[in-house]
Design a protein around this ligand. Structure first.
Ligand SMILES: Cc1ncc(COP(=O)(O)O)c(C=O)c1O
Length: 455
């Protein structure tokens, strides 16, 4: 083992809870270039996980580095309350241009979880300013994921991630996920009449619409449901139910935003406009922490008419260097047509993924959209029986794939919030067809080894 690696491994004990759950890193990330990351020995890995879901324009893009450097030379930080922040104002204007037409204002923070916290408070204050201060409940979905902070975790129906923190969480109502592969109601589409959407109406009636502030959902699923794509009727029904009950529809596009699914925002695949969008990962490309809340004009107007202040802020939010980075990322996405590219390549990605992986006995389902794919790993393909959670097979799949030189993101809980392993892949939008083939070949090989270990 090299001295450098040995030193890093020793230093790791200084960092509490290093790694990702039970997944502890064993190698150093030395540098990145395009779709590749390199370790301390120069070994090359295809970043097929894109972060997870963060790396949109590829690693090490000099244009972003230059934009950040230029802004740092001018001013790295100044307080939002004292100065107009030009890069941030331009960023807001540019984001609004690519957002659904009713969304006319941006609010910035540093992470997806912060964005979720923000919208929970924003939705409640919006109702309160309209004389409906009793509206506070946020309804969301089982197996949904909106972040790790307390309100965000309360809105996340991910049983595993919630399990140690129960007493700290709000016990807000949840509905079943629109995941046909594991329909929570044991029904079949279209005979189900979209029971998963109807349940929202029922639960709002049960708890009383006067208490319900918002419904929150990831347009296309992320970690909890492994890139679940609801049926075409789903979001139009959700929109109608929310309108009927004066409930805001909050669309979590932390993963799905800024081109990942082949549209600027995943919800566009349904032609539906939410009242609020949260987004983060792809807009940063991984160059900086940044998240955005994009808000319907009607919400802004209520605050404006009442002269109300939104008492919610973070010191580092909207940092000008981060804004400059995101602007450069947006420039590249737009100039290089990367959203259209993600849509076009997405077709190839799913075709090749199906051809190269679906023959494996452990691959139960492959789902997703654009360059966002979830691969569900099952013990029994016929019965869809998951592996025992104690085996941590998704983590093991990540390790085997990484040894082969390809990165993917392991997740659990798709079956009941605890059981059910999945492996997510979401490469940078600049990936080529040949590189997609190479990555799937490595995953094919990794799955063969995985099967030798677990079947
Ligand atoms: C859909 C979704 N929302 C919110 C979050 C939380 O974002 P962050 O990890 O930046 O706090 C995530 C993180 O993966 C996510 O996937």
């Amino acid at each position: 083992m090299s001295n450098r690696l040995e030193t890093a491994q020793k230093l790791a004990s200084n960092v509490f809870a290093m790694g990702h759950g039970a997944l502890i890193p064993k190698v150093i990330c030395d540098h990145g270039e395009g779709i590749y990351l390199f370790d301390q020995d120069g070994k090359r890995y295809i970043d097929f996980s894109g972060g997870p879901h963060v790396v949109s324009i590829g690693h090490g893009d000099k244009r972003v580095i230059e934009a950040m450097t230029e802004q740092m030379k001018k001013a790295s930080y100044f307080f939002r309350g004292f100065w107009l922040n030009e890069p941030l104002l331009t960023l807001a204007e540019r984001i609004i241009k690519v957002s659904p037409p009713n969304l006319k204002m941006c609010w910035f923070c540093n992470s997806g979880s912060e964005a979720t916290e923000t919208v929970i408070k924003l939705a409640h204050q919006y109702h309160a300013e309209r004389g409906k201060a009793e509206k506070y409940l946020v309804i969301s979905r089982w197996q949904g994921y909106h972040g790790m902070t307390l309100a965000a975790l309360s809105a996340s129906g991910h049983t595993g991630r919630r399990s140690k923190f129960g007493p700290l969480l709000h016990q807000w109502p949840k509905i079943g996920a629109p995941l046909c592969y594991r329909c929570p109601y044991d029904l079949d589409y279209p005979g189900c009449h979209i029971r998963c959407a109807q349940e929202l109406d029922e639960i709002i009636n049960q708890v009383g619409s006067q208490y319900v502030s918002a419904f929150m959902a990831e347009s296309i699923g992320g970690a909890g449901t492994a890139c679940m794509v609801p049926v075409p009727e789903y979001y139009p029904m959700i929109r109608e139910i929310c309108d009927k009950h004066d409930v805001l529809f909050i669309d979590d596009e932390v993963i799905g935003g800024f081109g990942r699914t082949g549209k600027w925002f995943g919800i566009e695949h349904w032609g539906v406009s939410p009242d609020i969008i949260t987004s983060a990962k792809g807009m940063t490309g991984g160059y900086t922490p940044m998240a955005v809340v994009i808000i319907d004009q009607k919400i802004g107007e209520v605050f404006h008419e009442k002269g109300a202040i939104f008492l919610h802020d973070f010191t580092m939010a909207g940092n000008p260097v981060s804004a400059a980075a995101c602007l450069a990322v947006l420039d590249i996405i737009e100039k290089e047509g990367l959203v259209e590219r993600a849509a076009r390549l997405g077709e190839y990605f799913f075709q090749r993924g199906g051809e190269k992986l679906s023959h494996h006995p452990v691959v139960g389902d492959i789902r997703g959209k654009g360059l966002l794919m979830g691969i569900e790993l099952v013990k029994n393909k016929e019965t869809k029986e998951p592996f025992a959670p104690t085996l941590h097979v998704a983590n093991r799949m990540q390790q085997i794939a990484m040894e082969k030189g390809v990165l993917g993101y392991p997740t659990t809980g798709v079956d009941n919030g605890v059981r059910g392993d999945t492996f997510l892949v979401s490469p940078p939008y600049i990936i080529t067809e040949a590189e997609i083939d190479a990555a799937f070949d490595l995953l094919d090989d990794a799955l063969t080894d995985f099967e030798k270990e677990f079947l």
